[in-house]
Design a binder for this molecule. Structure first.
Ligand code: HAM
Length: 418
């Protein structure tokens, strides 16, 4: 038991970590280009934040949260997503007093008690962006453009951006009325959760995972047909902005998203994955959340993408990720004196930015060279008493096997292997 990680979690082993580092670096770079600054918030929050923010009729809050009482008897929840926490921090630290828009990004672990499968885990990683303080449709469009540009830069193909508008609380009321009329005949066949949702939040029924409910909602009225003039105008402008940026999209009138805070624009990015979950990103506008959480009325818009799903999609599409472990040089040695010499040499080389390694197990020369191969050393050398006495060493190119003579100094070695 203690040598097995809990169900739905995964270790990222040293042989895989470079992939994460590569993607995280690309993310940091793109956020810099979009003038988005990083925010870091706690892994756990007061449970009420998610109940109020994400909504208690959602699956995330109703079924999937890791909630417990701490020793002070407070109800605590491991964050199931990043939007509510970032909004809480925005209010708590008065970021609304700064010039708007305030644009933040986060790279976080999230926790949802879901049935684990390919691309669905109980601990997973999100890259998310939130923009506060602007009602402009250009923000919605940029929020959709960023992940699309990122995916393209990472070499992904065949991704579809599906967009919809779920209107504002005013048009949603009208829609809920129509939806309830449509669902009334089938009320008895809805799952128990959806029976509760019927009065509290009927739109959520559209997103239910139960096959029976999925069947019932087929042919349900579309929100897009019911939105008010202001929401419709906003949606038109969002589309125009996407076109202006050269971002292709598809309208999917059935996207409602699984979280309650959205208003107007919602979107999902879908990959053509065969073996893993294909919803790689989701987001939208949420103009009511900051107020709902106790702040002043403040519009906002954001997205989050699943890092594991991103990596699985890259794998499925055969995208190579650069940066697998490479060591510049392995310094082998024979005997105690040369071991000390090698120790000072690797340190001097590291000071020059060279990735250098030596033996730490008292291995035979043969075993040292085997290790040099394992860590993908580009160059190697073996230092013994003769090399130290003569101040010269043979530098071996591990790729083509050629050897050259070189002075036994960090300067010369660093220059030779550049
Ligand atoms: P979400 O759609 O719940 O939205 O999650 C965003 C992304 O996180 C999903 O598209 C998926 O790639 C990934 N994801 C979700 N659940 C799991 C899981 N169990 N295992 C692996 N990956 C998962 C949100 O979380 C919103 N906070 C997004 C947002 C930000 N909206 C506005 N701002």
């Amino acid at each position: 038991m203690i040598t097995k990680a809990p169900k739905g979690t995964a270790d990222i082993l040293p042989s895989q970590a470079y992939k994460w580092q590569y993607i995280e670096n690309q993310i940091k770079k793109i956020c810099e280009e979009f003038c988005i600054k990083e925010i870091r918030t706690p892994v756990f929050e007061h449970t009420e934040l998610f109940e109020r923010g994400v909504g208690d009729t959602t699956d995330v809050v109703g079924k999937e949260m890791y909630t417990f009482n701490d020793k002070g008897d407070r109800s605590i929840t491991l964050r199931p997503e990043g939007t509510a926490s970032a909004a809480r921090a925005y209010i708590e630290h008065g970021l609304f007093n700064e010039p708007q828009p305030v644009k933040v990004y986060y790279l976080i672990k999230c926790y949802r008690y879901e049935k684990p499968q390919a691309g669905r885990y109980r601990e997973f990683s999100q890259f998310g962006v939130e923009v506060y303080g602007s009602r402009e449709p250009s923000v919605d469009a940029e929020i959709m453009a960023l992940p699309m540009v990122l995916y393209k830069r990472l070499g992904l193909k065949n991704l579809t951006l599906n967009i919809n508008s779920i209107g504002c609380p005013v048009c949603r009321k009208e829609y809920n009325k129509k939806l309830k009329e449509f669902l009334t005949a089938n009320y008895d066949n809805l799952c128990d959760t959806c029976k509760e949702r019927f009065d509290k939040n009927p739109m959520r029924i559209i997103d239910c995972k139960s096959p029976i409910c999925k069947d019932i909602v087929k042919g349900a009225p579309k929100l897009l047909d019911c939105i008010c003039d202001e929401c419709s105008d906003h949606f038109e402008k969002v589309k125009k902005n996407l076109t202006a940026m050269g971002i292709e999209y598809r309208i999917d009138p059935y996207i409602v998203r699984g979280l309650d805070y959205y208003t107007k624009t919602v979107f999902e990015i879908i990959a053509d994955n065969k073996n893993s979950n294909s919803t790689v990103c989701g987001g939208g506008r949420y103009d009511g959340l900051i107020e709902e959480l106790g702040g002043n009325s403040m519009p906002a818009c954001g997205f989050a993408l699943g890092m594991e799903r991103l990596l699985l999609t890259m794998e499925e599409q055969g995208v190579e990720i650069p940066g697998a472990d490479v060591t510049d040089i392995y310094i082998g040695n024979i005997g105690e004196e040369s071991n000390l010499f090698a120790q000072s040499l690797v340190m001097a080389l590291r000071e020059k930015g060279v990735i250098a390694e030596k033996d730490h197990l008292g291995k035979s020369v043969k075993a040292q060279m085997k290790y040099a191969n394992k860590i993908n050393a580009r160059y190697s050398m073996i230092i013994g008493d003769t090399e130290i006495a003569e101040g010269k060493v043979r530098l071996k190119n591990m790729t083509d096997g050629t050897e050259t003579e070189c002075t036994l100094t960090a300067d010369e070695i660093a220059g030779a292997i550049k």
